[in-house]
Design a protein around this ligand. Sequence first.
Ligand code: NAP
Ligand code: GCO
Length: 342
Amino acid sequence: MFSLNGKTALITGSGRGIGLAIAEAMAHQGANIFLSDINSSVVERAAGELAEQYPNVAVRGLTFDVTDKAQIESAMQTIRDAGNGLQILVNNAGINLREPVADMDDALWQKMLDTNLTSVFRVSRAAFPMLKEKGGKVINLCSLMSEIARPTVSPYASTKGAVRQFTRALATEWAEHNIQVNGIAPGFIATDMNIPLMEDKELNDYIMRHTPAKRWGKPSEVASVAAFLASSKRIKRGAICRGHGPHVGGGLHAALELERGHARARHRGEVLDDAVVVRAQGTLARNRLQAHARLAHEVKRQTARLGAQPAVGRAPLTQEAREHAHPRVAGANCPVREHLEL
Ligand code: NAP
Ligand code: GCO
């Protein structure tokens, strides 16, 4: 259904992890693949294995550092010389060096900016002349951290937030060239990048507790979304997906969205649309409209009981209402909350 037959794809940072899974998924759909990575032995091994797995497509390994302009240009020349141009670019290469801001040196910050953000700009710019020849797709790896954060990931969250905005801006700029630009926002995916988290019992437990799917995501689950976004069917029609794309995180983003709503209400002690935020039953991933309907019903009950007029706008929660408020809203201690800024 989403054939990539005859298309050529470049996936940066695809010697392992999500990038390699994306290369496999696109080869499976018929695309010719340029794997690339900073480490030549990693990329040659991965390219050899992929070529064996998919003899019906052309697979080549390119060793280039996405932070090096000259190496980027040389890689693009190699792709140009191969003769089929380039129709799909996946800006996947990325790192996550975790450090509290107070202890961080400029070199670490700059390395994160160069690898996760500036590379997306430089590689996209270098690929543009080939992409616009026949129309194409750019897929940027954003992150759940494009929108939320936790301690020690400030450079990562900053760069992924910027990649999200860059994706949106580029989508508006390149649409006229029939190049669709999309982002993918994976949640917590089981790759080498996250070994330290999987080994951190408290954080791992928090992630599992707040992820409706109750497990770490798999690189292949991100890859199938990438193959869909790259699907040649939409290159002709002009994609319906543009700008910042799907979350792939087992429902964690949805769950945190609902928590965020409660946290904001608690933070401002605000009355929401005549509704005092009170105990909202149901799972965290419950559809917000259903939760609102429950809130409205509960408000009427509470208001009748308290004999108060439904307050509108910013009104502090009454003591009695607070006692009935959802524990998180009432400011109950939520030890894991300090991990994620909602
Ligand atoms: P990973 O397992 O650490 O793999 C990253 C790949 O990028 C590695 O092959 C690495 O090469 C390569 N790379 C690093 N710096 C490079 C550079 N300067 N030039 C070329 N290649 C470079 O990471 P991952 O989990 O697969 O993540 C892939 C992408 O998805 C990243 O952009 C990440 O931010 C994003 N993402 C990941 C998650 C997740 O939970 N895993 C969630 C959201 C977004 P080496 O093998 O030589 O180190
Ligand atoms: C971290 C993790 C996350 C995930 C992912 C979430 O340290 O919090 O590495 O950043 O990798 O990016 O979407």
